[in-house]
Design a protein around this ligand. Structure first.
Ligand code: ADP
Ligand code: MG
Length: 301
């Protein structure tokens, strides 16, 4: 196969591993800097240009679109999809996963366990929002935050109200969520490929931090999932329409609750913790599924 990988930094562990895994299997993988692509939105003739050349003849595309370039990155990916090039994850599904409100709504529709989550536009409703979330402590999150930045634990009613009012006053959209205390600063990441959990790890936050993100100094170790956790991860991937994703869950005292689904999950933490060749499994999946025109949406929606 000739694979295009939309990514910005070729030296990231995940990107190097995917390239290596593709080459080991006899494929060609070219890293394309997403933000340097430009497009011609021509009638029935979608084109993408890069470094002065028209991009064509790829069999498949691996989107590794950073959270800061979701808008432009999904537009470039859509252009590939419209040419019938098989995407590892589709642009529409990536868009769903990047917005925490949208993804929570979709997961809730499909009956997947979630922390009690509330959302409101008007800061005048803060007291009511707090009540629905079950009162302090609550977690306040930016809708498009990532790597633990923009996730705040408000211990008391008073601090919660001031945090919510500060964000809303600055016109920043937030979710207010029940704090799952019993998770004890630990969460679970299930790595799903093609409707199967192929690896899972448990992440524990740095001393004194309730956030378990590895980017915030958390540490990872291999974990065995319960059948319910496994099923929750698989259903979440399906609900958002992602072939490859990292499903982040908390172990609450009413079963697994999903916090977010990551459509460009990092490979370093999971490969180190589990010893599983996750990059290889991703390329294996593409070998089986990458057919021209085999996209669910062909860039629609
Ligand atoms: P990000 O996209 O920034 O990673 P998350 O929603 O995944 O945001 O939250 C970051 C971390 O904060 C999680 O990995 C988890 O450890 C902790 N956390 C998030 N929401 C809750 C919650 N409702 N209860 C307890 N801990 C939470
Ligand atoms: Mg997270």
């Amino acid at each position: 196969m000739k694979i295009a990988m939309l990514a910005r930094n070729p030296n990231l562990y995940s990107h190097k591993r995917l390239k290596e895994a593709a080459q080991q299997r006899g494929h060609e993988l070219e890293i394309i800097n997403t933000t340097r692509c430009y497009m011609n939105i021509a009638s029935r003739r979608p084109e993408i240009y890069y470094n002065g050349q028209k991009l064509s003849w790829y069999d498949a595309v691996i989107p590794r679109i950073g959270a800061s370039v979701t808008f432009y990155g999904t537009a470039v990916l859509r252009q590939f999809e419209m040419q019938g090039i098989y995407p590892l994850n589709e642009s529409v599904a990536i868009g769903r996963s990047r917005d925490k409100l949208r993804s929570m709504q979709l997961l809730a529709r499909d009956g997947i366990g979630l922390p009690v989550t509330t959302f409101a536009h008007d800061p005048k409703q803060t007291a009511e929002v707090m009540e629905v979330a079950g009162g302090a402590p609550v977690v306040v999150k930016l809708l498009e935050g990532t790597q633990g930045i923009g996730v705040v634990l408000a211990d008391t009613e008073r601090s919660a109200i001031s945090v919510i009012e500060a964000f809303r006053g600055a016109n920043i959209n937030i979710l207010v969520q029940e704090f799952i205390k019993e998770a004890g600063g630990t969460d679970i990441r299930a790595f799903v490929i093609g409707g199967k959990v192929i690896a899972a790890m448990q992440r524990t936050g740095a001393e004194g931090d309730f956030r378990s993100n590895l980017h915030r100094g958390g540490s990872a170790q291999v974990v065995k999932l319960s059948p319910e956790e496994r099923a929750t991860a698989i259903r979440s991937a399906k609900s958002l329409g992602l072939n490859v994703c990292g499903v982040d869950m908390l172990r609450s005292n009413h079963g697994p609750v999903v916090m977010e689904v990551n459509s460009s999950p990092g490979l370093e933490g999971i490969e180190m913790a589990t010893g599983i060749d996750v990059a290889g499994r991703i390329i294996d999946f593409m070998e089986k599924h990458a057919q021209p025109g085999k996209t669910q949406t062909k860039g629609k929606g």
